[in-house]
Ligand binder design. Structure first.
Ligand SMILES: [Zn+2]
Length: 469
């Protein structure tokens, strides 16, 4: 059972969607500051007859928009936050729109817009074919600081869904049938005693010494964690001047591992190391967990369905001009580096290809991505599927000025429209085919029978702390 109404809707409204995506790109608002971006998407949904709640889960830039009646309830997850310092013009050489300003270096302008397009197209299709069901669009802020969906999940916002769909701009077309690692973001504040470093060093207790000792300790720990675990840190405060014994110092850690439980275990050991370092330096330490996300739970039935949907919708064909632009953007990266970037998704040799035009077959071997996403938290609550579409040149690293440039051009626009079409097609079939949705839900139930979702945010989690960071 299939219908072309949703696909037709996206084609007929492509100009409007491109305009929306370009506006989000220009707003380029960072996590929890996405006021104009959130407003724009909410406005489009309201205009289409969706009932919109603003500021859900205590976040002013989050929203929930609902349309329809009865079941099934299909959720779409929209993101629209930009990254600091990645401002860039729509040109293939480094040229910030405004030096140091934020930019859409992860392509969330496209992400939010394709989700909007898919939801509106699905509504058009459901109206015309008289289908029962509810569409819920979640405006999820602050993905880049791993906050939005986790706070929304804690509030139970996704509980009503039968299935959730989303996507992410990438340099390849395919289903994201891959694991994302769990993560803790945590700051350690060390408090010592300030003193003159030359006249009275014996009276001082250096908080920076403690930070350095802690980092040495953690670097020894690396040998004793699984090889897929990642621990990275930056010293965010190491004192002011060499002649003042630092009375305060801070180090910020990300701890990642394939499973939530493993992150918890590594975090416990790192806290012990911090205590040990504080003791050695005669200081005190305080650990502040800023945010924590889960690993991703895959749903094979849903991913197979998404893969079929991707194969059924025509993927973008690139013009000479787009290929030229892409080639210019890849200058400065050697081919080996670029191929390494995509090797996690495909063994195909795409050397010499600038823009991906095929669709990768569904990968059955378990791929574990080294990064994290707050979509993972949703995946434990409700069957969640993610696709990716080619919106930038093959092998360009995410969070780069090259990516900011690409997602404002027809390359990004084509990838965004393709994603919207695949999502509406996949969602429409999930609504029409009760057996398909039942299979997807049964798999989810089986996978979560032993482990129910428990939000990993700390008890005293405060949005205002993260917001101020
Ligand atoms: Zn992203």
């Amino acid at each position: 059972m299939t219908s072309e109404i949703g696909l037709k809707w996206v084609n007929e409204h492509s100009e409007r969607l491109i305009e929306t995506s370009d506006k989000l790109w220009e707003f380029a608002e960072t996590a929890l500051h996405e006021y104009q971006s959130s407003d724009l998407l909410q406005g489009e949904l309201k205009q289409a007859g969706f009932e919109v709640e603003t500021g859900v889960a205590g976040m002013p830039t989050a929203f929930r928009a609902r349309w329809g009646n009865g079941t099934p309830t299909v959720g779409f997850l929209a993101e629209y936050d930009a990254l600091p310092g990645l401002s860039q013009k729509s040109v293939p050489r480094k040229e910030p729109m405004k030096e140091g300003a934020p930019g859409h270096g992860c392509g969330h302008n496209l992400l939010g817009t394709a989700v909007l397009g898919a939801a509106l197209a699905l509504k058009a299709e459901m109206e015309q074919d008289n289908l029962s069901g509810t569409i819920v669009v979640f405006g999820c802020p602050a993905e880049e600081i791993m906050v939005g969906k986790i706070v929304m999940a804690r509030e139970g916002l996704f509980d009503e869904l039968d299935v959730a769909l989303t996507w992410h701009p990438q340099s390849l077309n395919g289903v994201m049938n891959c694991g994302w690692v769990a993560m803790n973001s945590v700051k350690f504040d060390f408090h010592g005693i300030t003193s003159h470093a030359a006249f009275a060093p014996e009276m001082g207790r250096s908080a920076l010494d403690a930070v350095e000792l802690m980092n040495v300790g953690v670097n020894y720990l690396r040998e004793h964690v699984s090889s897929n675990a990642r621990i990275h840190y930056v010293i965010t405060n190491g004192g002011r001047e060499p002649n003042i014994v630092p009375g305060y110092a801070q180090v910020w850690y990300y701890i990642r591992a394939p499973k939530r439980e493993e992150v918890d275990a590594i975090y416990a050991r790192i806290k012990d190391i911090a205590e040990g370092a504080a003791l050695m330096a005669g200081t005190k330490v305080e650990a502040r967990l800023l945010t924590a996300c889960h690993d991703c739970l895959l749903n094979t039935s849903l991913n197979r369905h998404l893969s079929d949907s991707m194969q059924c919708v025509a993927s973008p064909v690139w013009s000479e001009e787009e290929l030229r632009f892409a080639r210019e953007l890849t200058q400065g990266f050697d081919a080996n580096q670029r191929m390494r970037q995509i090797s996690i998704f495909t063994r195909d040799n795409l050397e010499g290809h600038m823009l991906h035009s095929d669709v990768l077959p569904l990968n059955d071997t378990h791929i574990l991505l080294p990064g994290s996403t707050d979509v993972s938290d949703v995946s434990w609550i409700v069957p969640t599927g993610q696709i990716m579409t080619a919106c930038y040149p093959i092998g360009i690293p995410p969070h780069s000025w090259q990516l900011t440039a690409s997602v404002s051009t027809s390359i990004g626009h084509k990838g965004m429209l393709y994603a919207a079409k695949v999502l509406v097609k996949a969602a429409s079939e999930l609504i029409r085919e009760a057996g398909l949705l039942a299979r997807v839900k049964a798999e989810h139930l089986k996978n979560t029978s032993e482990k129910k979702y428990v939000c990993a945010l700390p008890e005293d989690f405060s949005l205002s702390t993260v917001h101020l960071e």
